[in-house]
Design a binder for this molecule. Structure first.
Ligand code: GLP
Length: 243
């Protein structure tokens, strides 16, 4: 669906989250970045109660302690958890040097708590979570190298390029695809190419988000800028929101 603004698209995402919760969703998969910020604002301001809900985040920078201001632990605390505590909230531990131990721990969390609804953003290179181009479609949690484009894009959150971590722990694409429902949020011109390739291009590991074409329950919420590279054929098929 295409909206005039991030706010209107996020209101639709909020409706989906609310309906999923009312339908019995017990586990939410959460994302970070600027794309879900408005959704989190709507959740903070809502009367939804997450105290019986489990949250599982997609990823965390390797090398950042939870209390680092740019860690995804800090992001989630600021954006949502301080206002809306969950029963349990899981993120990868960016301080765990033993990748085998941390990825096994996280994969077990995903086995114990199958995700009902996954929120996703998308990188300018079509990454989902921190699954960069070339990541295997059947992948599980891994410690990954960030692509140069991702380091560049995320520089805005750090003091300098040098301060951006070069690695992260990320849930794998195989786990993301096991979520029962997925909401993909993308806003702004910088995402137009990634959205076009993911929706209209071939399903290929070179374009991580293209795998979503094979998921049975995906809601793609875009603003006009993020949708601006889509073909007239695609645009004629997608719902233009009446806002
Ligand atoms: C980050 C995160 C992704 C996120 C993406 C887009 O690197 N690891 O989960 O979807 O980049 O971020 P933004 O929404 O700020 O554009």
């Amino acid at each position: 669906m295409i909206f005039d603004s991030q706010l209107e698209a996020s209101k639709e995402a909020f409706r989906w989250v609310k309906e999923s919760m009312e339908a019995g969703a017990e586990v939410l998969g959460l994302a970070t970045g600027s794309s879900p910020e408005t959704l989190y604002q709507l959740l903070r301001e809502s009367d939804l109660d997450f105290r019986e809900t489990v949250s599982i985040n997609l990823d965390e920078y390797y090398g950042l302690a939870p209390d680092h201001p740019q860690s995804y632990h800090s992001y989630m605390e600021d954006q949502l958890f301080h206002a809306k505590p969950f029963k349990e909230s899981y993120l990868p531990d960016g301080t765990q040097a033993d990748a085998g131990q941390e990825t096994a721990r996280y994969d077990q969390i995903l086995v114990d708590h199958p995700i009902d609804l996954q929120i996703l953003g998308i990188g300018t290179n079509a990454h989902i979570g921190f699954n960069e181009p070339g990541a295997p479609f059947d992948g599980r949690t891994q410690r990954v190298d960030l692509a140069p484009a991702t380091i560049q894009a995320n520089q805005r959150f750090f003091g300098s390029l040098d301060e951006v971590p070069r690695q992260a722990y990320s849930m794998g694409i195989g786990s993301i695809m096991e979520a029962k429902e997925i909401i993909l949020l993308a806003f702004g011109q910088a995402k137009a190419g990634a959205i076009q390739a993911s929706i209209e291009g071939p399903v290929t590991e070179a374009v991580p988000a293209s795998i979503l074409q094979r998921h049975p329950h995906v809601l793609v919420l875009l603003d006009r800028e993020a949708a601006s590279d889509l073909s007239p054929e695609t645009l004629s098929q997608v719902k233009q929101a009446q806002v």
